[in-house]
Design a protein around this ligand. Sequence first.
Ligand SMILES: C[S@@+](CC[C@H](N)C(=O)[O-])C[C@H]1O[C@@H](n2cnc3c(N)ncnc32)[C@H](O)[C@@H]1O
Length: 284
Amino acid sequence: MKHIPVLLKEVLEGLDLSSGNIVVDATLGLGGHTRQILDRIGPAGKVIGFDKDERNIKLAKENLLEVKDRVEFVYSSFAHIGDYVKEPVDAVLFDLGFSSVHVDDPERGFSFMYDGPLDMRYDQDQALSAETIVNGWSKEDLIELFRKMGEEEYAPQIARAIFDARRKERITRTLQLVEVIETVVHRHGKQHPATKVFQALRIAVNDELGEVEQGLESAIKVLKTDGRIAVITFHSLEDRLVKRFFKASDELEVLTKKPIKTSSNEIKINPRARSAKLRIARKR
Ligand SMILES: C[S@@+](CC[C@H](N)C(=O)[O-])C[C@H]1O[C@@H](n2cnc3c(N)ncnc32)[C@H](O)[C@@H]1O
């Protein structure tokens, strides 16, 4: 199983890598970026790769078998980079969100296209899942979640529909939730009616925004002076957070006034790259 690395050329250039560098890949995934980073930094270089999904760590180990001596695999959230990385590093990459295996495997519950358990946890050892939120949170909390993390204009109607549905029967499956959403949202056009609610649930289940903030703080601490940090985001909430964080940090010089976006060619080959944005900064 592979994952096509997004904005690869731009990431490699932006990180300004050279032979012998030590690089943190904060979101190892299936190792797509790491493999190319290793090519750039050569036999004396090393990647420390984090993922909070143990299954992806296993897949990355398989994909990177021939270069495994130059990779340190860490099963942990990038929020804790500082607990594991004890030497100053030359570059840190964050390629946020889910990987292709998450959406393609119905059993992980990330996709509104296939039936599966309402899960959405990157870390299978975590207790909180989408099912817990959908069945346990109050109507008011669901409205706020769908509004803030999904930017969903029909948040109150959807929360009410969920509330009514779960009084009759626990909502345990992705398509059961989609059916409930479709009773109140009838969107035409490209976006599926459940897109925003699924985004909001995924963010909440994995505390994505909180972890990104902690991860960036942690990354700055381990970076050498002049070291580079690159972040790829896939939705506006995340991109806004990274933009503000970079701007507010005295320790960073922002190298991308505007985010770098994917070319139409890349989107043709990899439609998931459509909404990707890359921001790069240098540690002062
Ligand atoms: C878009 S994928 C990365 C793909 C990778 N760059 C590649 O080319 O194969 C994002 C990965 O980050 C992981 N992830 C999400 N949140 C995380 C966190 N807080 N800490 C560590 N890993 C995280 C996901 O499990 C997923 O495997």
